[in-house]
Design a protein around this ligand. Sequence first.
Ligand code: IPE
Ligand code: IPE
Ligand code: MG
Length: 261
Amino acid sequence: MEFDEEKLREYCANPPEDVSLSDIDLGRIPRHISIIMDGNGRWAQARGLDRSKGHVAGVESLRETVTSCVRLGVDNLSVYAFSTENWKRPQQEVNLLMHLFGTTLLKELPLFHQENVRLRFLGDIEALPEATYQVFEEGLRETQGNTGMTFALAVNYGSRAEITRAARLLAQDVADGGLRPEDVDADAIQSRLYTAGMPDPELLIRTSGELRLSNYLLWQLAYTEFYVTKTLWPDFDRWELLRAIRSFQGRNRRFGGVASK
Ligand code: IPE
Ligand code: IPE
Ligand code: MG
């Protein structure tokens, strides 16, 4: 995607000692970066604060990350904000998160317009509280004409639920006679996932050091490069993103083939 290099240089002025924009090959920025934003609770607990304060602080990291990705010319940014398993959390925390999603999205709509960002959602958003759902619908409507980066927010998302849903849609199409069983191929499945039309992530970042997927994009991450940082999500910033991209650019992606030189 097109990007303004001068704006990017300005944005990445005053880097820390260990990483800078010059470490990055701007011609090889991942087309799709996905992030499991984890560690908000631990960030708050380490400061003697309520977990909710961690989620509020995490919003700032997300805002910076959206801007960083736009500056870098990333085509697609997807982030895991709430899993189908996160409903198990205390009701108060769930309520706070749902409220935060709605209010933040509404507040950030001008930023999305300013940065030409198009919003989409991954997950069953119809099952969200009505107020949150309405704001999400508004966000979709308001940004669908934007032509820059796609920002996909995974909310009430679970990969097994997603694949199960795709299987059900396929079964329905076969039952209706629109599809023959022998036409069920990878594309047929892919086009029924929430991510339909998006390229698979090239880089997956997980913060807070956990080495698991937690039911995130099981299908789409088949050949994705992983980058795990101990940094907790509220401390994640543009420099952490550059470290992740630098690491990605040092990888040799083989896709099951032989190593290229
Ligand atoms: C990630 O932070 C945010 C969500 C899952 C909504 P956590 O809330 O999982 O933070 P930790 O993992 O408990 O520190
Ligand atoms: C994954 O984080 C979900 C999100 C970041 C939204 P969790 O904190 O829920 O994952 P586990 O429980 O550590 O696997
Ligand atoms: Mg967590």
